[in-house]
Design a protein around this ligand. Structure first.
Ligand code: AMP
Ligand code: ZN
Length: 462
């Protein structure tokens, strides 16, 4: 069956065929390990994982590389500001290596909890300094880079097309609002490949350009090429990486070997929180451990991300989690029900389900549609081990551990909350709406939500 991915480069869905017959080579931009990864970041890593799993479902072998950015990612995502690692190290009174090790460990713990497979190759930027130096030297030798008093810059005017991924037009942008800090830059869009370290900078290496450190974009170009070759099949990341990081990776690769490094560029849309951006000031930067602390299985969050396609913004609210947790429990129960069943299911019926599921995942990872096939099977009144086996096969893509008992059940509702709910019920029966609303707010302040229905009410943990 044909496999389609939306390619950011061509802005359309295209049939995917790998360069090497049965092996797909894929690169994903990994975490900058200076702080906790959020559930937003995890949405992107779940997307990467689904791509891997769908490729394998289609019979491909996967060679997947993911970097760990432990130097060079500046606060601005461009050439301005402090290195994120250095900033975190100063604020936390730890060495950059201690910070990197600490957050890298936490990151992999989160991946495991979400049943995200570890890519075949994990590469740390600080362990590839000499590869990056060689890459920068090549760009200088090829005439694409120049040296200033503070950095080695890539000269975007040397490319016939800069901006093919994001569609920016240099001519229109020239007079634009970009403020350039470095007056030695030849063009506003030139970006740093290598940065000369100020006197007291703690992360620096010997290089032909003195004690210095790499730019963020060169890391991915050098490591991608080292492990996957000059041109590989798929490059992934979150949508925010398109205009700077990925655009610059393409520029670097064109300068070094005249080629775009990846044939398919796949980008995941953002996870929103309560309809907006996650931010420290709003106090809504949520981590996987917050999901666990409220009693939800991390895989309920994974399942939640299947409620929309990866190219659509997805809005997270705590109100959505009880339903997700319940759905996960229902899926697992549904699997068990089929496992014990012995009803007759025709081969045609199995083949139809299989085809529908395969079509959905092959259509640019249409997980909402794939899940609708799964629910049809769960709801099938005929119970059969054949259907349980089919669900297990689908779970190689879904990764919900459908055959394992639920890890965390939403904890029992404390008696204090039940008493309040009963008091509220009484107030409602007496049509004392003011009192009823007051109690509902009190219940909410204690971390529970009360939902009214025809049958009565339901209490769920927030
Ligand atoms: P970072 O560690 O900040 O470099 O980000 C790691 C990955 O998470 C990148 O691919 C980002 O594009 C992605 N990302 C960051 N924030 C979000 C979000 N709110 N939703 C989805 N992906 C995100
Ligand atoms: Zn990258």
């Amino acid at each position: 069956m044909d496999l389609y991915f939306y390619n950011t480069l061509t802005r359309k869905k295209e049939i995917f065929k790998p360069l090497h017959e049965r092996e797909v080579r894929m690169y994903s931009c990994g975490p900058t390990v200076y702080k906790d990864a959020t559930i937003g970041n995890m949405r992107t890593y779940i997307m990467n994982d689904i791509i891997r799993r769908v490729l394998k479902y289609n019979g491909y072998k996967v060679k997947h590389a993911m970097n760990i950015t432990d130097v060079g990612h500046l606060v601005s995502d461009g050439d301005e500001g402090e290195d994120k690692m250095v900033k975190s190290s100063r604020e936390m009174h730890k060495t950059p290596t201690e910070i990197a090790n600490y957050y890298t460990d936490l990151f992999f713990q989160d991946l495991e909890k979400l049943n995200i497979e570890t890519p075949e190759i994990i590469c740390k930027a600080t362990e590839h300094i000499s590869d990056m130096i060689k890459y920068v030297q090549k760009l200088i030798d090829n005439g694409y880079a120049y040296i200033t008093s503070t950095a080695v810059y890539f000269d975007v005017s040397k490319l016939d097309k800069y901006g093919i991924l994001s569609g920016i037009k240099l001519d229109e942008q020239k007079a634009g609002a970009r403020v350039d800090v470095d007056t030695e830059k030849r063009n506003p869009y030139d970006f740093a490949l290598w940065i000369k370290a100020p006197e007291n900078h703690i992360m620096k290496w010997e290089s032909p350009w003195g004690l210095s450190y790499p730019g963020w974009h060169i890391e991915c170009s050098a490591m991608g090429q080292k492990y996957l070759g000059e041109v590989f099949d798929i490059h992934t990341g979150g949508i925010d990486l398109i205009p700077t990081h990925h655009e610059n990776e393409i520029a670097q690769s064109k300068g070094a070997c005249g080629k775009n490094p990846a044939r398919f560029w796949i980008h995941g849309e953002y996870l929103l929180i309560d309809g907006g951006k996650m931010s420290k000031s709003l106090g809504n930067v949520y981590l996987l451990k917050d999901i666990e602390a409220k009693g939800y299985d991390p895989l309920a969050y994974r399942l939640f991300t299947y409620s929309s396609g990866y190219r659509t913004k997805l809005n997270f609210t705590w109100d959505a989690m009880p339903a997700s947790q319940k759905s996960l429990e229902k899926l697992k129960q549904g699997y068990q029900n089929h496992l014990l069943g012995s009803d007759d299911i025709s081969d045609e019926e199995i083949a139809k389900y299989e085809e529908d599921f395969h079509k959905a995942i092959n259509d640019d990872l249409n997980m909402p549609l794939a899940m609708s096939v799964v629910w049809e099977i769960i709801k099938n009144p005929k119970k059969s081990k054949k259907l349980a086996d089919l669900l297990l096969k689908f779970d190689t893509v879904l990764a919900l551990k459908i055959d394992e008992p639920i890890k965390q059940k939403v904890s029992e509702i404390p008696s204090e909350i039940i008493e309040l709910a009963e008091k509220r019920k009484q107030a409602r029966e007496n049509k004392n709406w003011e009192e009823s609303d007051k109690i509902r707010d009190e219940i909410k302040s204690k971390g529970y939500i009360i939902k009214d229905s025809k049958e009565g009410y339901e209490i769920v943990k927030q």
